[in-house]
Design a protein around this ligand. Structure first.
Ligand code: ZN
Length: 298
């Protein structure tokens, strides 16, 4: 976990701005790892990368990447449905130096931690036998920091039909704050919340309390990439350990990451995704919350 976060947040990637050479390096690293694990490419023309036009750039301008991959499920019918694991690989780039003269916004927690976590989960599923009934879809998006651009493009141009995506587990900033708890935003929106709490209760070895949204006034459910899945009415939950003093500053560095916590959160995500992917029942929305999403997430 720490090694993956260190790669993604290394100074040489210069803060993974969208678009940038550092972002391309991050995407290439993630694609290489997925290929080595045995995941299938699900991006453009048989590659792991799905590119989209940067808004405001001229035709033929920048086309930043998402990384998209699939791991086939074992059930001949249920494998046509997907549990989506997502995180954003981009961050805010380089900018004003801080008091220490550091101008690279490493984004180790935001969101190298979530990206590393879904890679770890991808690795666990790749070696799991038997495979879950349903398929898994891996999505590392870019452009989150520019307004959820990558997830917007993905959900408008999905490689498989949106209704075949039965759940989205989104992971953004899981490497800091209290070591013994993880906030999962959106639990009250769908049956995914109950599934997650059951899984958490069954895995005491993770030493993690699954906490509900500590900051309802911030409306975090509508602020990271799960929003674009909710807009398409895919039930979603958002793993998020909260902000901190280094949020969106050059000091969001790998040295400050609690890699043990991030690893335990990744295991919780793995067990939750495995439960959803094994179940004959699709997750269902809370009807009132779905009405709220339809009202607000236009
Ligand atoms: Zn983020």
């Amino acid at each position: 976990m720490r090694a993956r976060i260190a790669v993604l947040s290394h100074d040489s990637l210069r803060g993974r701005d969208t678009p940038s050479a550092g972002l391309e390096s991050a995407a290439a690293y993630i694609a290489r790892e997925l290929a080595a694990m045995g995941w299938e490419p699900a991006g453009d023309s048989g590659t792991f990368l799905q590119r989209y036009p940067m808004p405001g750039s001229a035709r033929g301008g920048a086309r930043p990447p998402n990384v998209v991959a699939v791991l086939r499920g074992s059930d001949p019918a249920l494998r046509e449905t997907y549990v989506v694991l997502s995180a954003h690989m981009d961050h805010v780039g380089a900018g004003q130096p801080d008091a220490a003269g550091d101008s690279i916004y490493n984004g180790a927690d935001d969101d190298a931690s979530g990206t590393a976590a879904i890679l770890e989960v991808a690795q666990a599923f790749a070696i799991m036998r038997p495979r879950p009934a349903r398929s898994l879809l891996f999505l590392a998006v870019s452009g989150e920091e520019k307004g959820l651009l990558g997830s917007r493009h993905f959900t408008e141009h999905p490689p498989v039909p949106m209704p075949s995506m039965i759940a989205n587990l989104n992971v953004d900033m899981i490497g800091r704050n209290a070591p013994d708890s993880i906030v999962v935003v959106g639990q009250e929106y769908s049956s995914l919340g109950a599934t997650l709490r059951e899984v958490g209760a069954r895995h005491g070895e993770l030493r993690l309390t699954v906490a509900s949204d500590l900051w309802p006034g911030e409306r975090f459910f509508f602020r990271s990439d799960q929003l674009n899945f909710a807009r398409k009415e895919v039930p979603a939950v958002f793993f998020f350990a909260g902000t901190h003093h280094d949020y969106h500053l050059p000091s969001d560095e790998v040295e400050l990451i609690d890699a043990d916590k991030a690893s335990r959160v990744a295991r919780l995500i793995f067990f939750t995704a495995a439960a959803v992917a094994a179940s004959i029942d699709r997750p269902t929305w809370d009807p009132d919350r779905l009405a709220e999403v339809r009202r607000l997430a236009r």
